[in-house]
Design a protein around this ligand. Structure first.
Ligand SMILES: Cc1cc2nc3c(=O)[nH]c(=O)nc-3n(C[C@H](O)[C@H](O)[C@H](O)COP(=O)(O)O)c2cc1C
Length: 424
């Protein structure tokens, strides 16, 4: 999780800042918002506070009830100077929208609000996303202010051309879309140590559906939240990430390649196609273990046809199939969603499936597992078993990826390379 400080100034595009905050929060970042006094003529602080879970600050004289921390962090035991503490804790500072007035203040080094004072006190990467009418954006004073900021190392999120807020007008000055801004911000964030730059990560998520007829299916309750959290954490660490998503109704962070599938066979094909180029496979999906025998009925089965038997046959075991052709340098992590005391089955899965680790979770507990925001897992690998206590799925994803780092740094490498297969 990174800490993003967002400055919002007075312009119509302030409404897009709300969507930016929603996307950034959803991607697992902690966000704090600083508003200019005029920004609140366009959008209310309560909206940002509701989404971020943290107070919005406007004046440099405002006390910050959180002591300059970001959501999820522990408040210090003293009252720090608000504008210094919050920027000192930020990993980056984006001003979006940056109005012509605010750009002038930032270029001139004005310090007359929390936003402007914080901006000049900030040593983390700073970005501005200008948003205004095209005539304003082309005015020499605005052009000079943008160039001044650029020459001082501030990243300019260049506005797009398109429809402008004033009726019937078209031109340059339209603020970048929230998804674009998040991608730019994420690329500007300092990489955490143990970066996954250059790694290809393949993640499966969701639950597959096996068709019974034209409208019905055999499925399960997996929402895909855990897989999406893993994909987003791998992206945050710098990896190239592909998510094979089975019936996942969630948005994923921009930057993740998403492949949507429906059935176990489709999931198997999508994963197999990409597996050779994969460094780390995270199999968080719940593929159906059974599929109806024969072809599904072409129409919609009718009640009038009376009762009918349902014959099932096992699907192919995707993880076992991939593990059989793995290279030693690849890391394979399986997930075992068990009901109740399934730990012994998970232990067997670890040795039987020839994967580097199994992440076990008890999906019969309503507060964790399928479709819940939180999870609690036990990570089983050749070195032992580690409990990751109940936490957000983003935190659990981070713990799983930390374990992948440990596995990959072991001098012996994976015990499941080709030699291992020959000796068994
Ligand atoms: C309806 C309306 C829309 C505006 N839209 C913009 C805008 O998109 N960009 C901009 O730079 N200024 C815009 N302004 C002007 C700014 O709100 C004004 O310059 C304000 O003083 C900026 O204050 P701030 O930069 O401190 O937030 C708009 C003003 C109004 C009344």
């Amino acid at each position: 999780m990174s800490r993003i400080l967002l400055g919002v100034s007075g312009g119509i595009a302030a409404y897009k800042a709300v969507e930016f905050v929603r996307l950034a929060t959803k991607a697992g970042h902690g966000v704090r918002v600083l508003m200019s006094a005029n920004a609140s003529r366009f959008i209310g602080a309560a909206t940002f506070e509701g989404i971020t879970g943290a107070p919005v600050l406007t004046s440099e004289f405002d006390p910050d009830p959180t002591g300059g921390t970001f959501p999820g962090e522990k408040r210090p035991d003293h009252d720090p100077i608000s504008h210094l503490e919050i920027v000192g804790n930020a990993d980056c500072f984006l001003v979006a929208p940056a109005s012509a007035g605010t750009l002038a203040k930032l270029a001139g080094g004005f310090a007359d609000s929390m936003l402007t004072t914080g901006f000049i006190a900030c040593t983390a990467p700073r970005l501005v996303a200008p948003a205004m009418n095209d005539k304003m954006y082309r005015d020499p004073a605005v052009v000079a202010n943008v160039e001044t900021l650029r020459s001082r190392g501030v990243m300019i999120c260049e506005p797009n051309s398109g429809d402008l807020a004033s009726r019937g007008e078209y031109g340059v000055g339209r603020m970048q879309e929230p998804e674009e801004l998040l991608a730019v911000v994420e690329s500007a964030l300092p990489r955490p140590t143990g970066s996954w730059d250059g790694m290809n990560v393949l993640v499966s998520a969701g639950g597959t559906r096996e068709p019974l007829d034209a409208v019905r299916f055999l499925g399960n309750r997996s929402s895909g939240k855990m897989g999406v959290a893993l994909a987003e954490e791998a992206l945050r660490r710098g990896a190239s990430v592909t998510l094979v998503a089975a019936n996942v109704a969630l948005e994923v962070a921009p930057g993740i390649e998403r492949v949507d599938v429906e059935t176990t066979a489709q999931m198997s094909d999508a994963l197999t196609e990409r597996f050779d180029a994969t460094d780390v496979l995270l199999m968080a999906a719940a593929p159906a273990d059974f599929t109806p025998s024969g072809d599904p009925a072409s129409g919609k089965l009718s009640r009038d046809e009376g009762s009918r038997g349902l014959e099932l046959e096992p699907t192919s075991d995707i993880l076992a199939g991939l593990a059989a052709r793995r290279r030693e340098s690849q890391t394979l992590i399986g997930f075992a969603a068990e009901v109740g005391d399934g730990i012994e089955r998970a232990r067997q899965k670890l040795s039987r499936k020839r994967v580097d680790a199994i992440v076990f979770n008890d999906v019969s507990r309503p507060e964790i597992g399928f479709d819940s925001a939180e999870n609690e897992v036990l990570i089983l690998d050749s070195e032992g078993e580690t409990l990751v206590p109940r936490a957000s799925k983003a935190s659990v994803a981070s713990a799983v990826l930390d374990r992948v780092d440990q596995i990959r740094s072991r001098p012996s490498g994976s015990p499941f390379g080709p030699e291992h297969f020959r000796s068994h």
